[in-house]
Design a protein around this ligand. Sequence first.
Ligand code: KG4
Ligand code: ZN
Length: 327
Amino acid sequence: MIVLGIETSCDETSAALVRDGRKILSNTVASSLEFHKKYGGIIPEIASRMQLETISGVVESALKKAKIKLKDIDLIGVTSGPGLLGSLLVGISFAKSLSLGLGRPLLGVNHVYSHFYANFLTGEKIKLPFVALVVSGGHTSLFYIRDFDKIEVLGETRDDACGEAFDKVAKILGLGYPGGPAIEKIAASGEFKKIRFNCSGTRDKLDFSFSGIKTAVLYYVRARRLSMGEKADISASFQEAVIDALVKKAILACKMKKVNRLVVGGGVAANRRLRGKLYAAAAENNLNCYFPAQSLCMDNAAMIAGLAHQLFKKGYRSDLTLTADLN
Ligand code: KG4
Ligand code: ZN
């Protein structure tokens, strides 16, 4: 079965062709990131306008790379939310038109869930159930995945998302946007024990809070001229505190649910320090830990096509009333 996936939840326009929910035939991603950089964050109006201009070309290019004709598509999977409203509507409208024109079924897919599905696109055989940690620019969540349609929320952020905290701290330090890769890079030359930053505690043990640590960084640097060395130390200390909170809660979630499989996804999963520390903690606790390939951590349509395939097999369908779901 060949699924065309379409993903336009934030700054990217992506189309992918995936066979049987596992094999990526093509995965084309066009990003408008360059046009947002000078504003220090994503400007929704710029993102959706560029998506309108690029979506046809991106889908055509994905078909060409996969050597697949429109008539060979069996299902169209599209991100229906959460994300930016205007951006989501571009992808959804395009997917609906294709579905109607080709006479092929349509299925709206949750973007956050698709992030952990990225692990199933690289040949890994991961058994259900498992605990999933999704760390992105908009979400920080722990899930218990009984099946692809049986998902329990174990914990989530009470304020900022993890990637958002990286972005905001990078902005405070003048490191540019997106902040995650910039912090990771400069932190590599910093001393993570130099400054004691901590993530705030939360009432529910598996919830997260990142807004306090961001404010702590803000107060620490306020009105001071920082050398690159100081910026590196602040970045390393901040990154370490955030990663320690993620690792501690992810391991605790596995223990509480008595599962030995931990599956990670989302943009922050690209962070090498997080990968290293979580693999080590998992090994110490006899858990198997899975990360997607680096290229599949960031937003892409292959993960949408893959999850759409699994849900379609279970009987899920959308119709032409499909609209953006912002929750
Ligand atoms: O999953 P994603 O591509 O988009 C959303 O669904 O939000 O994640 C983007 C987020 C941004 O906040 C970015 O700063 C963060 O992922 N990110 C990282 C790294 N690469 C991207 N955070 C920490 N370390 C990284 N290497
Ligand atoms: Zn995402």
